[in-house]
Design a protein around this ligand. Structure first.
Ligand code: ZN
Length: 138
């Protein structure tokens, strides 16, 4: 059982939260310009990181607010909790994420090139645009 520290409410039991999937997956700037494959990759392809992973959580029975968390997927160690729209606190996890997408890129060359550029361009400007990923999750 995890003890999760909500940025608004403090430490609460894991049962009060819902997992929201990978964090920092930004909505494409021009969705109409994407091919069907690129759109499908935006919708369904996520990293499967072993180690530190940035993920979204919803405090569903508390403040009902979304936030991001850095969690080790092996040890379940929660390394950081930070608000939606904020950059990922560590930069150490990035090489791990890149190797994760590189293995995907071996199967499809478009995955490795398209996904990082989409997420890298519009995370910061759309910090309040977290509404779109929230709706997509539910
Ligand atoms: Zn809360």
């Amino acid at each position: 059982m995890l003890l999760i520290s909500c940025p608004n409410c403090g430490s609460r039991d894991e049962t009060e939260f819902h997992y929201g999937g990978q964090a920092h997956v930004a909505y494409p700037e021009n969705p109409n310009d994407l091919t069907d494959r690129e759109w499908a990759e935006y919708l369904f392809y996520r990293d499967n990181t072993k180690g530190t992973f940035a993920e979204r959580w919803l405090h569903s029975t508390g403040c009902r607010q979304w936030f991001n968390m850095l969690r080790d997927t092996v040890t379940y160690d929660i390394q950081a909790v930070y608000p939606m729209g904020a950059p990922r606190p560590d930069s150490a996890g990035k090489p791990t994420a890149e190797t994760g997408t590189a293995s995907l890129a071996a199967d499809s060359t478009t995955t490795g090139t398209a996904a990082p550029s989409i997420s890298g361009t519009s995370i910061a400007p759309t910090s309040t645009g977290t509404i779109a990923p929230e709706g997509a999750t539910k």
